[in-house]
Design a protein around this ligand. Sequence first.
Ligand code: ADP
Ligand code: MG
Length: 655
Amino acid sequence: MTAAATATAPAAKAGSGRPSPLKLFLRNQLAAFGAGLLLVIILLVILTPFLPLQDPAATDPANRLLRPLAEGHLLGSDHLGRDILSRLLWGTGVSLLVGLSATSVAALFGSSIGILAGYFGGRADTLLMRGIDMLMAFPYILLALAIVAALGPGLLNALFAIAIVNIPFFARNIRGVTLGLAKREFIDAARLSGKSDLSILLTEVLPNVLPVIVITVSTTVGWMILETAGLSFLGLGAQPPDADLGSMLGEGRKLLITAPHVSVIPGVMIFLVVMSINLLGDGIRDLLDPRLKSGALARPAPMTEVDRPSAQTAPSAQAVAAMSAKQGSVLAVHDLETQFRIGSDVYKAVNRVSFDIRPNECLGLVGESGSGKSVTALSLLGLVATPPGRIVGGQVLLQGRDLLGLDAAGLRAVRGDGVAYIFQDPLTTLHPLFTIGDQIAEAIRSHKPVSYREAWASAVKLLDAVRIPNAAGRASAYPHELSGGMRQRVSIAMSLANDPELLIADEPTTALDVTVQAQVLKLLDQLRDDTDASLLFITHDFGVVSEVCHRVAVMYAGRIVEIGPTEEVLSAPAHPYTERLIACVPRLGEPGRRLEAIPGLPPAVNKLPPGCAFAERCPHAEDACRQGEIDLDAVNDAHQVRCIKPRNGQGGGAA
Ligand code: ADP
Ligand code: MG
C-alpha cells in the first residue's frame, strides 16, 4: 500500500457512517430543550425525599394561603397551610409515575393485541378488533369516568382507567403496521424456513414494529399524564391528603381569585412536564422515522439551493453562454458541482462535470450505481432535494440560458416543457388513481392554455405515437391495468407532451425485461429522430449505450472520466475504468470470453483520495496517479479522457 493510501484508510473508516443518533437528536434544539427540562424535573423528583422539605400533608391553619416567597414557604402555602413546594414536588413524582405506568400498561396490552390481530388476521383479527371497536365506541373521557366509578376513586384505579381507554389507540396503530409486515416476503421466507409463529413474532415482526411502538409511546405519554391529572382534578384520582398535580389544581380552583398561586403553580408544572415530554417525543419520532433519519427535519425546498461563486454568475458567464449558443448545443453543462452536506460530511456527488448535447443527439451517461448520474440529471433542473443537496458551482445552459440562475417559477416553466424526464420505474411515477389519458392531458394543460378536450385528443395522439395499440380506448385505462413496458411508453408519451428540446431518461429500461427493453430503446431512438429532441440517456449498461447513443460520457465517483463518440469509446476505450466496464458486458456468441467484475468498491464521495479516484482499483495505477488533480485530456478532437496513462485501445472490445 502506498503512503497516500494508508493515510486515507483510517479517515475513510471514521467518516463512513451518518452522524450518531445522539448528535442528530441534539441538533434538533427543541427536542434537546425538552429533554433537558424533563431531566431537571425528574432529578428534582428523585431528590425530593432527600431535600429539607416539610411534610406535604402537614397542615398548619395559622399559616393558610401564604404568598410565594413567604418565610419557610418558598412557593407559599395552600388553604390548609400545607407547603406548596413540598406538595408540588411530591405531586409531580406521583403524576409522572402514574402517567408512565398507564402508558406502559396501554402500550403492552394494546401492542400485543395489535400484533396478534395483524399477524394472524382472519377470525383472530375480527374478534380482537371488534372488542377494540366496542371500547372506541364510548366517548373517551366518559369511559374513563365510568371505569373509575365502577372501581371506586383512587390513583391506582385512575391509572387502570386511563390505560384501558388508551389500549385501542395502540392496538389500531400497531395492527396497521403489522398487517403490512405480515404480507412481506421476509415473513414468508421465515415461515418457509420452518420457524414457529411465536419465533416469527418475536424475531421478525417485533423488531420491525418496535420503533412504531416507541414513537407512539413517546408521543402519548404527555397526553396520558394530562388525562390522569384530569381525573384527579375531578376528584377521582389522588385522594386527600395525597397530592398529584391534578388534585392540587382541583383544590386551588375554588381560590382562583383570592389566592391564584395555589392553582397556577401546579398548572405551570403540568404545562412544563407535558411540554417537555412532547418535545422529547417529537425528537424521538424524528430520529426513528427512517424518512427523517438523514437529519433533514425540514421540508425540502421546491428547488435545489444554488450557492455559486459570484464569478460564475457574472458577465464572464454570459460569454460562456454565448459561446455554447454559437456551438449550437442544446444543453451545455460547465463544471457542475452538486454536494450533499450531512452533519460535517460533504458528499461531492457531482464534481465539476462538463458536457454538452447537440441538437437531436443522444448522449449516454454511464457509470456504476452511485457514481452520480442521477444527481447530475436532477441538478440540471434543480430537482435535488435541499437539504441536504446544494449546487455549489457551474452552469447549466439550455440553449444559452443559464438554468441555475432561474427562480422557482422560472424553473417550473422549464420543467416538463423545455426539458422532460423519464424515470426508471413508471409504476411509481404515474399516479395510481387517474387514467393515463388524464395524466397526459394534465401535463399538457400545465404548460399550454388548451381546453380539456383538446388536451385529451393530444394525449391520445401521443399514446398512438408511442405505439400503444388502440390508443383512444387505452387512454382511459389506469396505470395498474398496463404492463411494465406499456407503462414506460406512457411515461415517454407524457415526457413528449410539450415538445421538449431535451429528454432526460434515467435508466428508463432497467426495470423492464430484455425484449421489452429493446422495444422501448428502439422507440426512444425513433422518437428522438421524429421530434428533433435531444436525449440524455442514463444507464449503467454499456450494451444499451451502443444501441442508442451517439456519444457517451463515463462517470466515476462524481466525475466524468471519459467522453467521446460511442463507437470509438467502445472499440478503443482510453480509460482503464471504461475498459473494465465494457469487459463486464456479456456478448452473445462468445461463450469463451471471461466476464470480469471490477475488483473493489467505488470510493465514498465524502472522502475522495487525492489524484485519480479509480487508482485503488486500477491494474495500471502507479504513484503519479495518486497525486494531484488529473485533467480531462484530449485523445483526439472528439474524445477526451481523465487519465495520465490512457490505454491505446489495447484490451478494448475490438482489439
Ligand atoms: P447513480 O449514478 O446510481 O444514479 P446517484 O446520482 O443517485 O448515483 O448518487 C450519487 C451519490 O450521491 C451517491 O454516493 C449517493 O449516496 C449520493 N446521494 C444521492 N442522493 C442523496 C441524498 N438525498 N442524500 C445524500 N446523498 C445522496
Ligand atoms: Mg441513479
